[in-house]
Design a protein around this ligand. Structure first.
Ligand SMILES: Nc1ncnc2c1ncn2[C@@H]1O[C@H](COP(=O)(O)OP(=O)(O)OP(=O)(O)O)[C@@H](O)[C@H]1O
Ligand SMILES: Cc1ncc(COP(=O)(O)O)c(N)n1
Length: 275
């Protein structure tokens, strides 16, 4: 029997500090049982205290990476993270359409706009391309509360406003919306609300951990969901897998550097030594 796992593709930026972006994506893919392929959209100069600089990759090179992976090994599911500019989003959508992202291949859009330190990772004028080009192709869109505000102008403060935000994202054409509650300080639990296109709702709840080390949390959640989809899971099952993975990853998050440490998959990788 072949050991070849399903293939998931991350289209996103690098983080030189190894906390977020493609490093978090590939860790989540491995921890969740799929092969991780990458299309690098931008290189960031980044560490635990912030993003010092970033360099977008030429759009045609981003598109070529997507086609190279899909044309050879095939892609079972894909996700986007930091895409930096309208030109890169346009190239991703063109290549994505050619290889079936969002049609034959489940496509998770994590509309990354800024790092957790507040440094911009997307040109402000590119928000319109996220709304009109990316989200309509998304099987699932996974914004945090800041991205919700930027994309649909809803201030999420409770369940009702989270539902309103999810519906506004569905109105933009997403197949489903997961409104993440990590930034809703003051609540004992962290609730992520999933709303499907038919209006069905699912709440994913975990105890809020008291930690500042959640760097890469959003990327890790979107990537673990993508891994579930690549494995053939239905969307609700894949989101449950992602929530289980991120909950363990936040539990095991570690301090690193002077700022925000990363959520962890190291605990799961070390398991092979004990088996
Ligand atoms: N303090 C916490 N304790 C437990 N889970 C958390 C905590 N903070 C975030 N999470 C979970 O981590 C995931 C990411 O949520 P969040 O709303 O922080 O997104 P994000 O801003 O994109 O992430 P980040 O900026 O940390 O990469 C969600 O599933 C959320 O429930
Ligand atoms: C390349 C890249 N992609 C995504 C994030 C968001 O992650 P976070 O919100 O944890 O800073 C980041 N900081 N860098």
């Amino acid at each position: 029997m072949s050991d070849t796992p399903p293939v998931a593709l991350a289209i996103a930026g690098t983080d030189s500090g190894g906390g977020a972006g493609l490093t978090a994506d590939v860790r989540a893919f491995t921890a969740c049982g799929v092969h991780g392929a990458v299309a690098v959209a931008a290189v960031t100069v980044q560490n635990s205290v912030g993003v010092q600089d970033f360099h977008p990759i030429p759009p045609e090179v981003v598109a070529a990476q997507i086609r190279a992976v899909a044309g050879d090994m095939g892609v079972d599911a894909a996700k986007t993270g930091m895409l930096a500019s309208t030109a890169i989003i346009t190239a991703v959508v063109e290549a994505g359409d050619q290889v079936g992202l969002g049609t034959r291949v489940p496509f998770v859009v994590d509309p990354v706009a800024a790092s957790m330190h507040g440094h911009a990772l997307l040109a402000p004028e590119a928000l319109e391309a996220v709304r009109t080009l990316l989200i309509p192709r998304a099987t699932l869109v996974t914004p945090n509360l800041d991205e919700v505000r930027l994309l649909v102008g809803v201030e999420v403060v409770d369940d009702d406003t989270a539902r309103e935000a999810a519906r506004a994202l569905l109105d933009l054409g997403a197949g489903a919306a997961l409104v993440k509650g990590g930034h809703l300080e003051g609540s004992a639990d962290v609730v992520d609300l999933l709303v499907l296109a038919d209006g069905t709702e699912h709440r994913f709840t975990s105890p809020r951990r008291s930690t500042e080390h959640t760097h890469g949390g959003g990327d890790s959640l979107a990537s673990s969901i993508t891994a579930g989809l690549a494995r053939g899971m239905a969307l609700v099952e894949a989101v449950a897998l992602g929530k289980a993975y991120i909950t363990r990853a936040v539990e095991h998050a570690y301090p690193l550097g002077a700022g925000h440490g990363p959520v962890s998959s190291v605990w799961s990788v070390a398991a092979w030594e004990r088996s």
